[in-house]
Design a binder for this molecule. Structure first.
Ligand code: GUN
Length: 254
């Protein structure tokens, strides 16, 4: 079984994420290989590599680390990955399956958030769930997964009016906007569950989330830290998807 990770260029954050993914594979005994391509790689060169990996039976999962350099169209690349090897669940075929609720893979970060909620004994059914951010990677699929668990879901974004009024209603608040310490205590209802997907690097190089942890933890019933909250769950879900991909392709063997 194997995961292939492709990284293009030298974005430092992407390098850290890719290293964590490879380390997790090693810890679990999953084969992994990395293609580290230069920043001036053409779109056609990248597509040729993806097509080759699609045909390689020893490769069960293909992950192209995002963001890609500006001259490469991310959508074209994602659409070229074989949906059966799409361990990020970014391919439109997998996105559509998630919408319907009959899927093979879930996108890693929203799936990790759902695991955290479940393992903390929190029942989503009937709760006011507010998702901050509408990205294809987190916000939109996160809303869908909360809806599948019978949450009453609101997605907020940069054009949302009276944001604080909306976030204050949340029993479960998921922040995925990429703005350091954006969610402050006055935006959170007493006793809410607050999940911080943000990973932001401050000028002094320290990491912080989208939530002001020190202040919000005084009002929240449960809250995830950054680092050490959602991030490790994302990696765990990637490992799960890689195993699922291998089983779907080969069946279960001893
Ligand atoms: N960049 C930031 N998060 C992700 C992710 O989950 N998958 C990929 N491929 N790239 C990312």
């Amino acid at each position: 079984m194997g995961l292939t990770v492709i990284i293009v260029g030298d974005d430092p954050a992407s390098r850290v994420y890719v290293n964590s993914k490879k380390k997790a594979c090693e810890a679990l005994g999953i084969n992994s290989q990395e293609f580290a391509l230069p920043a001036d790689t053409t779109e056609e060169e990248l597509l040729t590599l993806v097509r080759k990996l699609n045909e390689d039976d020893s490769v069960n999962g293909i992950l192209v680390q995002l963001p890609l350099p500006k001259h490469i169209n991310e959508e074209t690349v994602i659409n070229t990955i074989d949906p059966k090897k799409d361990v990020d669940a970014f391919h439109p075929q997998n996105v559509g399956k998630i919408m319907i609720g009959n899927y093979d893979f879930l996108p890693c970060t929203p799936a990790g958030v759902m695991e955290l909620i479940k393992e903390s004994g929190i029942d989503v059914s009937g709760k006011e769930c507010v998702v901050l951010g509408r990205s294809n990677i987190v916000g939109k699929p996160q809303a869908m997964l909360l809806l599948h668990q019978n949450g009453t879901v609101t997605i907020c974004h940069s054009r949302t009016q009276n944001l604080k009024e909306v976030t204050k209603r949340a029993d479960i608040l998921v922040a995925a906007i990429g703005k350091p310490n954006f969610v402050t205590a006055d935006m959170v209802k007493e006793g809410a569950v607050v999940i911080d997907v943000g990973i932001n690097r401050l000028p002094d190089k320290t990491l912080c989330g989208d939530v002001d942890f020190n202040e919000v933890s005084k009002v929240a019933a449960a809250i995830t830290p950054v680092p050490g909250g959602v991030g490790p769950m994302t990696i765990a879900m990637l490992m799960k998807n890689t195993v699922t991909a291998a089983i779907c392709q080969n069946g279960l063997k001893d």
